[in-house]
Design a protein around this ligand. Structure first.
Ligand code: 26Q
Length: 741
């Protein structure tokens, strides 16, 4: 029974009715999971009404459509944000109250889809929320990983990974769209055939994988737009195991089954790091090809074969280079399937696709062995070869004789496919994600390309959705702000600036402090449930929550805490403002140093806990399994936000924005978006320290960094580093931390 109105009474009726129909129980007998399912599908009914209407409008829509391709979308839970965006939150809250259901308990029942690692994936999710709220027609496209990012447990002082079977109880928020299934082809050989005076390319002896879309509605805030996140799932072209073929020894078909079985199984856990695994390349091509096949089909439905209109009617934004195969794939579709010539296809492709860079770390730049690409994607490889041939001819004209430079800029060089060069050369836009990062792209990473095609380069500083990261996760602060400046900021977040005079308003500041305290209590409720511990609510909450990486310098933070501990222990009169350091960070399972840093932090935490005196001023809490839901509890409770990356390495950062938006002060380096935050809030409202990006880069290039000198000249650092390896911190394996010091 679809609901027509979503007043309190119909919400109540719907929930009770669903529990009766689906579970055969009364509300009183239902489990929290069953209640969650009933509440979520009530909200879903409301979205579905809008989605149907939105799809009807889509049919006659003749404007431009955005496809946002990303190998990760770190969505977080949907229930709360969907209720918020539908403006049903108050009615839902009242309905649940009257039914005697605890809202906070219910939202915890939703499994979090962990379809992302960190910043890049969360940015994609924030963008989807904004695109819908700004009523822009867009589709997010990705892989429906059956297993999301691993769940982290901390056992015996170290990280242990557990698989994340997030689909176990079904997914209320997705709808399969089998009618849009497409075929993606791998392996095989390319035949050139002459037909009507034209050379055509045909793949034979390939393996097929079917891509089946699962769609998730993305409702905008207080508007009628509902966009779609399309998640492709791999399926074998033969539905059931073809036992006949198998026992007849037809292993080709069996292989297809194998390939399909693994492609959409699991998300790679590497953040800001690249590994040249064949399965990963398979994943990238799988969802990119499926998306473009669908996009071209949709274009043809709207405009027939008037392909010259394509750049006007669709734009493909690629989130880093991972979906970069969109470039040769769109060429392939236009040439091999639609019969266009190379020049025509190339002109269309390079006006339709745009590229965002998210990292300048060399270990994260995507490169594939040519042999692997050639074998897995033979036709795509041919297209890359021809693109490279034409590109190099052009580069030769620009830089005659400069082979080193040409090789550095080429798509194919040293037996590798250089994805970043492909993306910069063949798209109409390359953007960085903060001002500083944009400058580094122009002056360093893509310096030679910038000299040749400066008009392509720009930066668009990242942003976050204030709907999830303030209105939903910090409801009391939301209400306080609304009390002060009205509610127009819900739709126009730039109005938050109107709060400035309230910095001097005593009553406002007292209420703000009360809310912070309340949020610390809420944080403790979460921590008590998840880890059976609590933090001191009268301590400063000092948080560093982000993926574990050397460049993000959790180790620097830990060293500082270690030194504070020694000061307390050495000087009986030493006092400081009591501080609890909160860490939240997953380490990639194969990243040895990152895992060691976790061990060091956990060991330090234990050391501090053993001293009643230190414990009065100092604590470390490592929040297990840092994910979007954990962030939603930590960020509103935090007083101090740690943003310590080595200047020049963090492309933007977005956690920095979330903490700041919830009233935490930032201690940070002049890196990524910190630079612009510093400019906006003014030097008096941020703690900036450390080397600037240019100085750090110069030091790195000249090999001038000498940590030994610091070790010799700074007694406190020397002592902490020594304790790292002499058994003081890690008594069970005293030398383990040697790799860190
Ligand atoms: C590489 C090769 C093959 C497959 C995957 C990858 C890979 C995966 C993830 C490479 C990089 C990443 C993640 C990058 C990332 O999260 N970058 C972050 O992007 C944020 C959004 O723009 C920025 O705010 C962060 O500064 C940046 O680190």
């Amino acid at each position: 029974m679809p609901l027509t109105s979503f007043d309190k009474e119909s919400i109540k009726q719907s929930i009770v009715g669903k529990i009766q129909r689906y579970n055969g129980r009364t509300l009183a007998d239902a489990t929290d999971q069953q209640i969650y399912q009933a509440v979520a599908s009530t909200i879903r009914d409301q979205i579905m009404q809008k989605w149907v209407a939105a799809r009807e409008r889509d049919k006659t829509y003749m404007g431009k459509r955005l496809y946002y391709l990303s190998v990760e979308f770190l969505m977080g839970r949907s229930l709360h944000c969907n209720a918020l965006n539908l403006c049903s939150m108050e009615n839902v809250r009242e309905a649940l109250l009257e039914l005697g259901i605890n809202w906070r308990h219910i939202i915890r029942e939703e499994p979090e889809p962990g379809l992302g690692n960190g910043g890049l994936g969360r940015l994609a999710a924030c963008f989807l929320d904004s695109l819908s709220s700004l009523e822009m027609p867009a589709m997010g496209c990705t892989i429906r990983y059956e297993y999301g990012l691993f769940r982290q447990r901390l056992v015996d002082g170290q990280q242990v990974e557990i698989s994340d079977n997030w689909l176990e109880n079904g997914n209320t928020w997705e709808v399969a769209a089998p009618e849009d299934t497409v075929e993606v082809r791998f392996d095989g050989h390319v035949d050139m055939v002459q037909e009507n005076g034209r050379t055509n390319f045909r793949l034979r002896d390939y393996h097929s994988v079917m891509a089946v879309p699962y769609d998730m509605p993305i409702a905008g805030y207080d508007c009628d737009t509902v966009n779609t996140l399309r998640m492709w799932r791999a399926r074998s072209p033969r539905d059931n195991m073809d036992f006949g073929a198998f026992s007849a020894g037809n292993y080709e078909k069996a292989l297809e089954q194998d390939m399909a079985a693994v492609i959409s199984k699991v998300l790679y856990p590497e953040d800001n790091h690249y590994e040249g695994k064949r399965l990963r390349l398979t994943q990238h091509y799988f969802f990119t090809s499926a998306t473009l096949q669908y996009a071209v089909k949709d274009f043809k439905r709207r405009f027939g074969t008037r392909f010259n209109l394509l750049p006007e009617k669709m734009v493909v934004q690629i989130n880093d280079t991972h979906p970069g195969l969109a470039i040769p794939e769109l060429m392939r579709i236009l040439m091999d399937e639609e019969g266009l010539g190379w020049d025509e296809a190339q002109a269309i492709v390079s006006r339709t696709i745009a590229y965002t860079n998210h990292t300048v770390l060399s270990e994260a730049l995507e490169k594939w062995p040519e042999q692997m690409v050639k074998q897995l994607l033979p036709r795509i490889y041919m297209i890359l070869e021809e693109m490279n041939r034409r590109l190099c001819a052009r580069l030769w004209n620009a830089f005659p004789g400069d082979w080193d430079k040409i090789a550095k800029m080429a798509i194919l060089a040293y037996d590798q496919v250089h994805m970043a060069n492909l993306c910069v050369a063949m798209t109409f836009s390359t953007n960085g994600v903060s001002r500083l990062h944009g400058e580094i792209l122009k002056n360093d990473t893509f310096r030679d390309y910038y000299s040749l095609m400066p008009e392509k380069f720009s930066y668009i500083t990242n942003g976050i959705t204030h709907r999830r990261w303030l209105m939903a996760c910090n409801t009391h602060l939301r209400d306080l702000i609304t009390e002060a400046i009205g509610d127009k900021w819900y739709k126009e977040p730039e109005r938050l600036e109107e709060l400035t005079p309230f910095a001097e308003d005593k009553a406002f500041c007292e209420k703000f402090a009360e809310i912070k305290r309340f949020n610390k209590q809420q944080f403790n409720r979460m921590l008590a449930m998840r880890q059976d511990m609590t933090a001191e609510e009268d301590f400063l909450f000092d948080s560093q929550c982000k993926r574990l990486h050397e460049y993000k310098r959790q180790l620097l933070n830990a060293l500082h805490i270690h030194v504070l501990y020694n000061r307390i222990m050495d000087d009986p009169n030493y006092t400081m403002v009591p501080r609890v350091f909160i860490f939240g960070a997953k380490a990639s399972p194969g990243y040895y140093k990152a895992k060691l840093i976790i061990r060091y932090i956990l060991a330090l935490s234990k050391l501090i806990d053993r001293s009643p005196r230190a414990r009065r001023m100092l604590r470390i809490i490592f929040v297990e399994n840092y994910d979007v839901s954990a962030a939603e509890a930590i960020i509103p409770a935090t007083d101090l936000s740690e943003q310590l990356s080595t200047a020049g390495k963090e492309a933007s950062g977005t956690g920095n924005m979330k903490f700041m938006m919830n009233g935490a002060l930032t201690i940070g380096t002049m890196d990524g978006a910190n630079v612009e935050i510093h400019e906006q809030v003014g030097a008096d409202n941020i703690y900036i320290f450390g080397m600037r990006a240019d100085t750090a880069a110069a030091l790195e290039h000249e090999g001038g960094y000498n940590p030994m000198q610091i070790f010799e000249n700074n007694a406190e650092i020397r002592r902490a580093l020594t304790q790292m390896i002499d058994g003081t911190v890690l008594p069970d394996s005293p030398t383990a931390a040697g790799a860190l010091s």
